[in-house]
Design a protein around this ligand. Structure first.
Ligand SMILES: [Zn+2]
Length: 346
């Protein structure tokens, strides 16, 4: 029986365990683990967190590949592998969290007062005790799509950390109790969405980024790198209103309040124009949707228009973190949107 309410200090996988494979090693863990690769004590440590969500394996796969290289980074590195129990269920990497349990990346900060969020507090205590100069938390999106970073502050440190992994940085005011919200000037924390869990390039994003994060001498200064960071600000979180239902299909579903096509993920991060219909609305019309920019609720008409029974954007926007999983859409959100700069002026 795994103890899921706290972190277990644990050794890094041995060469033999590295040979036996990642799932085999995961099965041997006592629960969430905190691993340490010691380095020079006069350099600040760095922390990698991953598997807060059990169905998002790219971060662990990237670490696994990096550990194979017997790395000897200059600074001490800590690795927190969190929802091992959910990751192992049903053959592996199926569940974000186990049925009847809690989303472990919604329990930090003010959201962390309840008893089931003891693990979140224990992870924060481990991070604070390690006094790291930076923390990266690796995830996958539930839908297919390219990589991006998310931070709650637009500081140079966050932009520098994001640039080690990806070319997009989302600055969000939305507060959900995620680990990245615990960011400080001394220990900046950033979320990396490596791309979809099913996309092979996501594992490469994780590995290449981890290598840069763990092996580069200075990770907090913005580099004139290979790519320009695309900065996306003030995303609008689009959810279902309470009691509303969603369906994914090629044709409108009569019982659903909103129907989206199953291939809507193809819109991830591209500019979508108002002419392009997103899907279909039911009898509630736009009232089925709930919009928030993290500070306040927005009227659905700020982002959308209804034309007959079709749902359109009111202005050109980028959509991302689009899911086609009805359960995630109902419990979390449908997608996020950033309006084109000209449209959101004023
Ligand atoms: Zn996640």
């Amino acid at each position: 029986m795994m103890r899921m309410d706290r972190l277990h200090p644990h050794p890094l996988p041995s060469p033999r365990q590295l040979e036996q494979g990642m799932l085999h090693w995961l099965h041997s863990l006592p629960g969430p683990v905190w691993l340490t690769l010691p380095g020079s004590t006069d350099k600040p440590a760095r922390v990698v967190v991953t598997l807060l969500h059990g169905n998002e394996p790219s971060g662990l796969k990237g670490l696994w590949r990096w550990w194979h290289e017997s790395p000897r980074p200059a600074q001490t590195c800590h690795f927190a592998i969190i929802n091992v129990e959910a990751a192992l269920a049903e053959g592996g990497f199926v569940h974000r969290y186990l049925p009847g349990q809690w989303d472990l990346n919604r329990g930090f900060g003010e959201h962390g007062d309840l008893a089931h969020q003891r693990l979140a507090r224990d992870l924060l205590q481990h991070i604070q005790a390690a006094r790291p100069e930076a923390v990266v938390d690796l995830h996958n999106t539930s839908g297919s799509g390219p990589s991006f970073a998310v931070a709650t502050e637009n500081w140079a440190q966050h932009r520098a950390l994001a640039g080690l992994f990806t070319e997009r940085l989302l600055i969000t005011e939305v507060r959900l109790g995620a680990l990245m919200e615990m960011t400080t000037r001394h220990s900046p924390i950033i979320t990396i969405e490596c791309g979809g869990a099913v996309d092979p390039q996501s594992d490469e994003v994780a590995y290449q980024g981890l290598r840069r994060f763990l092996e580069t001498e200075s990770v907090l200064e913005e580099q004139q790198g290979d790519w320009q960071l695309d900065l996306l600000t003030r995303p609008i979180r689009v959810r279902l209103n309470h009691g509303s239902t969603i369906h994914y299909g090629e044709t409108p579903c009569e019982e659903a309040d909103i129907t989206l096509p199953p291939d809507i993920e193809r819109l991830n991060f591209g500019w979508v124009q108002p002419e392009e219909p997103l899907g279909w609305l039911g009898s509630k019309g736009l009232d089925a949707l709930n919009l928030s920019d993290g500070e306040q609720q927005l009227a659905a008409s700020e982002l959308f228009v209804q034309q007959d029974n079709r749902l359109h954007l009111a202005c050109g926007s980028k959509l991302f973190m689009i899911t086609t999983n009805a359960r995630i859409a109902a419990s979390d959100c449908l997608f996020y949107a950033v309006r084109s700069p000209s449209a959101s002026d004023g």
